[in-house]
Design a protein around this ligand. Sequence first.
Ligand SMILES: [Zn+2]
Length: 481
Amino acid sequence: MSQTDTSVATDAAIAYLREHDTEHLAQLDEFLRIESISADPGRIDEVRRAGQWIVDELTRLGIERATLHETSAHPIVTGEWMKAGDDAPTVLIYCHYDVQPADPLDEWIRPPFEPRHENDRVYARGSGDDKGQLFMHLKAVEAWMATANRLPVNLRFFFEGDEEVGSEPVEAFIEEHADLLRADVCVVSDGDTFDDDGTPAIGYGLRGIAYWEVRVHGPRQDVHSGQYGGGVDNPANVLVRMLASLTAADGRVTVPGFYDRVRDLTDEAHAAYAALPFDEGAWADETGVPGPMEGERGHSLLERLSARPTFDINGIWGGYTGDGAKTIIPAWAAAKISTRLVPDQDYREIETSMQAHLASIAPPTVRVEVRVIHGGAPAITPLDHPGIGPASRALEAGFGKPPLFQRSGGSVPVVAALDAHLGLKTLMIGFANPTGNFHAPNEWMSLRNIRDGVVSLVHLWAELGAMRASDLRAGEPAPRR
Ligand SMILES: [Zn+2]
């Protein structure tokens, strides 16, 4: 299509959305009424029903090979529309259709699976995380198919039902069904806009993780500290000494080689961080701490929260913790510890080097056991990725404001897995509201974000459709328009 044709078609798709707004919101309610709580064994059929609902919708919209795949846990939905031409880019869309449990139920003003519309918001479990966002993708597709009878790009869909319980079947699925998922770029909508005033955001990085349990063993059983103190090395004392030595005063991790693969921020990345409005005082107030920790020199607080690795003790226990005093030297003490990792740290390497380091610093008076609990890779999409420009223009067209660029301090396993197995870079384009009570009672999403977000997606497919597939692949120069 020529540029004029595309803009006429885009306008028609947006007009279609306006005309069908009431009908679409009623249909969203229908989807939200399905109780797809992945953690609840009593709702296995409800999770499946939500997956099947999506398959039926995709089929109705003209999406081909819409399929509900069996997995080791809940089903995965895929589908595709690949008729935009051999040269046209292919985009993989990822969202999840499972939701968090609704407890505590008595804190909901209306039951979680009876959507209510109030104050220009829809309240229901899953309205923001993530069924509302998944539904928005369906409506953007519908708007194109209903008005142009085609899509400007090739689209593939990848919707899972296990995200809230750890995405267990996803990695194996990516390995086994690469042919259904291959694309030039991935768009993940499972996050939020920058603020509640409709400032959109593009997420381009996630931290990885490595997690261990450490156990220090001393005497055969708890012994009297009056009788044995001074002779028996106390496992709890040893454990805290060892763990304390893992970070320096500025928070830097002391495990040898830990920083070897850490990619330094580019000037462009520093500038993207500096452009984010951030109030350290408000952050400290909200967090309840007297102030932020000192942290590494040369990195702002925001950078340290998402672009630098960290070490944390997540829990520590052992010995006597009841009322009053009990004078013992405990037989053992234990801790759960973890590190957040950044590109290009390899969590397997870090797991091994942590185990080796703890063994090397353990005194001969105790026995130390270190067990790996789980790990995940970090991910990053370079800010000069050719998909960033089109995504920015699309979000600005939908929300009336350009997006801000942010990295998240957390981890999303599917993003790292798509990169590792398919070399697929992800743009995280979330539409939920930052204060929308994710995972909490009275979850909500603003109707404005729904409407502006669907319009953005209509534009996004037009923007990406104006590119060639080869121009969109990571590592290639941005297109000249
Ligand atoms: Zn989610």
